[in-house]
Design a binder for this molecule. Structure first.
Ligand code: CTP
Ligand code: MG
Length: 230
C-alpha cells in the first residue's frame, strides 16, 4: 500500500491573506480540497494523512471534511512550527504496512494523477524521488554581498516540486538522521541527500505550481480554466 502525507499546517504568511492560504477558494473549492481530491481519485493512493494547524481544526472540518467526505483520509493530525516537523508528525502515523510514502504540499493543487504515478513508480525503483522540472532561466549562484560566484550549466539545474516519494524505511531513516545531526531541510529529498543516499528526479509539470503569493492564485485560476477547456 501507498500513503500520502498532505501538508496544510503552514501559516501562508507570504500570501498576506486573513485566512491560511490552504482555505482560500480557487474556482469552485478551497485550494486544499483541490489537492486532496487528486490524491483521493488516484488509484495508487490507499491512505491520506492530512496535517493541519491544530488551531484550524474547526475550519478544516467545516469547510473541507464535512463538505467533501473524502474516504481515504485515515488521520487528521497537527503539524509543527517547521515544515519538516509537520512531515515528521505525519510519518509517525503512517500505516506500517505502507511501502511508499509521498509527501505533498497542500499548496500545490494542480498536481495530477500522472505525476503521482511517476513518483510512486520512481520510488519503487530508486528508493527516493522528487517531482521536478528543468529550469527555464539561467541561474546565478551569489555571494552574500550580491556578487555572482558562478553560473551553473542550465541543463544541470531543475526546480524541485512535490510530491516527493520514498520507500518507508528510507524516509524514516532520513528524518531520524536529520534530528540526530540537527539538520533542518526545506524539503524531504534534502534529508536523504544529507545521508549520502541518491535522490532521483522524476518529471513533474510546469503547471504544478505552489501557491505562495497572490499572483500565484491568478496563475492557478488561469491554468484551471485552460485545463477545463481542453
Ligand atoms: N507547511 C506545513 N507546516 C509548516 C510549514 C509549512 O505543513 N510548519 C506546509 C504548508 O501548509 C504548505 C507546504 O508546507 O502546504 C509548503 O510550504 P509553504 O508554501 O512555505 O507554505 P506556508 O509555510 O504556509 O507559507 P509561508 O512560508 O508563506 O508562511
Ligand atoms: Mg513556509
Amino acid at each position: 500500500m501507498n500513503s500520502a502525507i498532505i501538508l496544510a499546517a503552514g501559516k501562508g504568511s507570504r500570501m498576506k491573506a486573513e485566512l491560511n492560504k490552504q482555505y482560500l477558494v480557487l474556482k469552485d473549492k478551497p485550494i486544499i480540497a483541490h489537492t486532496i481530491t487528486v490524491f483521493e481519485n488516484c488509484p495508487l493512493i490507499d491512505e491520506i494523512i492530512l496535517v493541519i494547524n491544530p488551531e484550524e481544526e474547526e475550519i478544516c472540518k467545516k469547510r473541507i471534511l464535512d463538505r467533501f467526505k473524502y474516504k481515504k483520509i485515515t488521520k487528521l493530525i497537527g503539524g509543527g512550527a517547521e515544515r519538516q516537523r509537520s512531515v515528521h508528525n505525519g510519518l509517525n502515523v503512517v500505516d506500517p504496512r505502507s511501502q511508499i510514502v509521498l509527501v505533498h504540499d497542500g499548496a500545490r493543487p494542480l498536481v495530477t494523477s500522472k505525476i503521482i504515478e511517476r513518483c510512486v513508480k520512481g520510488a519503487q525503483a530508486f528508493g527516493a524521488v522528487s517531482a521536478g522540472v528543468p529550469i527555464k532561466e539561467t541561474i546565478k549562484i551569489m555571494t552574500k554581498d550580491r556578487f555572482v560566484q558562478y553560473t551553473p550549466k542550465r541543463e544541470d539545474v531543475w526546480i524541485t516540486q512535490t510530491p516527493q516519494a520514498f520507500q518507508l524505511e528510507i524516509i524514516k531513516k532520513a528524518h531520524d538522521f536529520a534530528i540526530l545531526h540537527e539538520i533542518l531541510g526545506t524539503d524531504d529529498a534534502m534529508l536523504v541527500e544529507h545521508m549520502g543516499e541518491k535522490v532521483r528526479m522524476v518529471e513533474g509539470d510546469y503547471e504544478n505550481i505552489k501557491i505562495t503569493t497572490p499572483e500565484d492564485l491568478i496563475a492557478a485560476e488561469a491554468i484551471l480554466g485552460y485545463k477545463r477547456r481542453l
